[in-house]
Design a protein around this ligand. Structure first.
Ligand SMILES: Cc1ncc(COP(=O)(O)O)c(C=O)c1O
Length: 384
């Protein structure tokens, strides 16, 4: 039965999973201090790039002996660079439980053609890390953005592994605890939990990853954009703000603003708390209804950033059409933008709950989801 439209709307209806909502304090005029029209190799530019690296280290608690670099092509660039530079030295295990992880599997198997064991799980599930050989190089995604399934913790990754772990953490960094001692390569983009801009990737390397880079030369050629070493030595400049090619100083300023905000609200614990509260509001909403559920089957693996939902009502005739129609109604009302499930994922909704999203906005949006669901059930019945 149809229900009335809620009286209030979210102040910010932006729940896209990337680019994600800007930090609550954001306004364009706050970027006025950007080093625009200046060389990124001049002191002013270099200092800002260095500040982006060092503040990232502070907020994420990255150990001093790990390198942090700003690299081209967003998270994809950082992951590709790591795979093309490091894989092939020993057998690999490629793990995927959703679309982005599956993309990395394809690259290793079909492009690099390395010896790899492939382990996959269906949307909603996760690969059992107890079954993974960490003496091989292991490539995986910490938070599967398209399924809303995350690694609960790093306990099953042995500290004394022989292989490297290469982790795409783009929708986890700044919202979930990343165990640095278990991660040799970690990547993310500014456009996710920090609400920054895309185009630049972050590449974090453990000392073991650096040792591999300095002792192993892949069999394939590496384009300049991927090259992290010169004459068998790490190019240290990349990890001090001397980027491989020209970065956007406007995007750098925007990231510095987001980091500033993160520090002002209490750093990583505060960011994680915000994401947790956002996701919990949705979990509670689902628990009270029998027509919607989390796509993640095991509660321990439920993402607190990319929360993926499925409709479970028997009356729904065409799941994909129904989910699309609900998302369309919410968008048309201006209460939730970009919340349709990812194109390769099962039909449903995906609501971004990262730190830049206000819990009050999630809470104001959810009654609208109730409204849109019932309106669509009615519309479907009338059409039948
Ligand atoms: C898990 C994961 N990996 C990689 C990407 C690609 O990121 P980018 O477009 O920033 O390169 C995304 C984007 O949503 C993602 O969620």
């Amino acid at each position: 039965m149809a229900i009335d439209q809620p009286a209030t709307r979210p102040a910010n209806p932006r729940f896209s999973s990337g680019p994600c909502a800007k930090p609550p304090v954001f306004s364009l005029d706050k970027l006025a201090g950007a080093a625009l029209g200046r060389s990124h190799r001049a002191k002013v530019g270099k200092d800002k790039l260095k500040a982006a690296i060092e503040t990232t280290r502070e907020v994420l608690g990255v150990p001093a002996e790990y390198r942090i670099g700003i690299v081209p092509a967003s998270d994809t660039g950082a992951v590709e660079m790591a795979m093309w530079s490091l894989l092939g030295a020993r057998p690999a295990t490629m793990i995927a439980w959703e679309s982005f992880g599956a993309g990395w599997v394809t690259d290793a198997v079909k492009q690099l053609k390395i010896e790899a064991e492939v382990k996959t799980a269906e949307y909603g599930q996760i690969v059992d890390f107890a079954e993974v050989d960490f003496n091989s190089d292991v490539v995986f995604t910490w938070n599967g953005t398209t399924s809303g399934v995350r690694v609960p913790n790093g306990d099953l990754i042995p500290a004394d592994r022989e292989g490297l772990t290469i982790c795409d953490a783009t929708s986890a960094a700044f919202a979930q605890d990343l165990p640095w001692d278990k991660l040799d390569v970690t990547t993310f983009s500014w456009q996710k939990v920090m609400g920054g801009e895309a185009a630049h990737g972050m590449l974090i390397l453990s000392p073991r990853a650096v040792a591999r880079l300095e002792s192993y030369t892949p069999a394939w050629p590496l384009p300049k954009i991927f090259r992290l070493t010169k004459g068998g030595k790490l190019i240290e400049g990349i990890f001090e703000g001397a980027t491989i090619n020209t970065p956007s100083m406007l995007a750098v300023e925007d990231y510095l603003l987001a980091l500033d905000w993160a520090q002002a609200i209490g750093g990583l614990p505060a960011l994680m708390k915000r994401a947790d509260a956002n996701a919990q509001a949705i979990f509670d909403f689902c628990a009270e209804r029998d027509w919607i559920d989390n796509l993640a089957e095991d509660p321990a693996t439920r993402s607190n950033t990319s929360v993926c939902l499925k409709f479970t009502d028997d009356r729904i005739a065409d799941g994909a059409a129904f989910a699309k129609a609900v998302a369309k109604r919410l968008e048309a009302e201006g209460v939730a933008l970009d919340i349709g499930a990812y194109r390769d994922a099962p039909a449903g909704l995906r609501i971004w709950c990262g730190a830049t999203v206000e819990t009050a906005d999630i809470e104001a949006m959810l009654p609208w989801l109730d409204w849109a669901f019932h309106a669509e059930i009615d519309a479907q019945a009338q059409a039948a």
